[in-house]
Design a protein around this ligand. Structure first.
Ligand code: FE2
Ligand code: FE2
Length: 171
């Protein structure tokens, strides 16, 4: 998925109701952890790429904690709050959305590190493993990028647009 394709997908998904978006994001979580990261780790191990294997393990634990927080706290509250004034829950929800968005900056940095590993993969050696690994790393990166944008722009943004009293013009 190139940047234009990601933007096209975003445009297509913008009108989706919150429930559909959350169902899509939950399915992504399952695939990222249960399939993509597991398979990438197996391939990295089989190719003897210990640093990549270790890095994928770090990403796996970071994402596991983040996804758990989204699925158990953030998504359910957002679903309950749709079409309603967040009222007293607003500060807590705003805090949670900011926290998730800050994690996403770390995930973006992780994707850059992951990308930097691609140059170390020699497609001449063990091409039956190295080529699937490269393809999987590319697909994972663009799917994660779309995932982060869907959450930041469509799911969290509505709860972040009201700033506190720092700037009355924005409140
Ligand atoms: Fe997510
Ligand atoms: Fe997230």
């Amino acid at each position: 998925m190139n940047p234009q394709e990601i933007n096209r997908q975003l445009e297509e998904m913008q009108p989706w109701p919150v429930e559909r978006l959350i169902a899509y994001l939950r399915r992504d979580h399952q695939r990222f952890l249960g399939k993509d990261l597991t398979r990438m780790r197996e391939l990295a191990e089989a190719l003897g790429m210990a640093p990549l294997h270790a890095f994928l393990g770090t990403m796996d634990s970071e994402l596991r904690g983040h996804f758990r927080m989204e699925e158990t706290i953030v998504f359910p509250v957002i679903e309950v709050m749709k079409n309603k004034e967040a009222g007293e829950l607003h500060p807590a929800l705003e805090y949670a959305c900011r926290h998730m968005k800050a994690d996403h900056l770390l995930h973006e940095r992780h994707l850059q590190v992951l990308h930097s590993f691609t140059s170390q993969i020699d497609t001449q050696q063990g091409s039956e493993l190295s080529i699937p690994l490269l393809n999987l790393m590319d697909d994972f990166a663009s799917e994660m990028e779309l995932h982060l944008k869907l959450e930041n722009n469509f799911l969290f943004q509505p709860f972040l647009k009201f700033r506190s009293s720092e700037d009355p013009k924005d409140s």
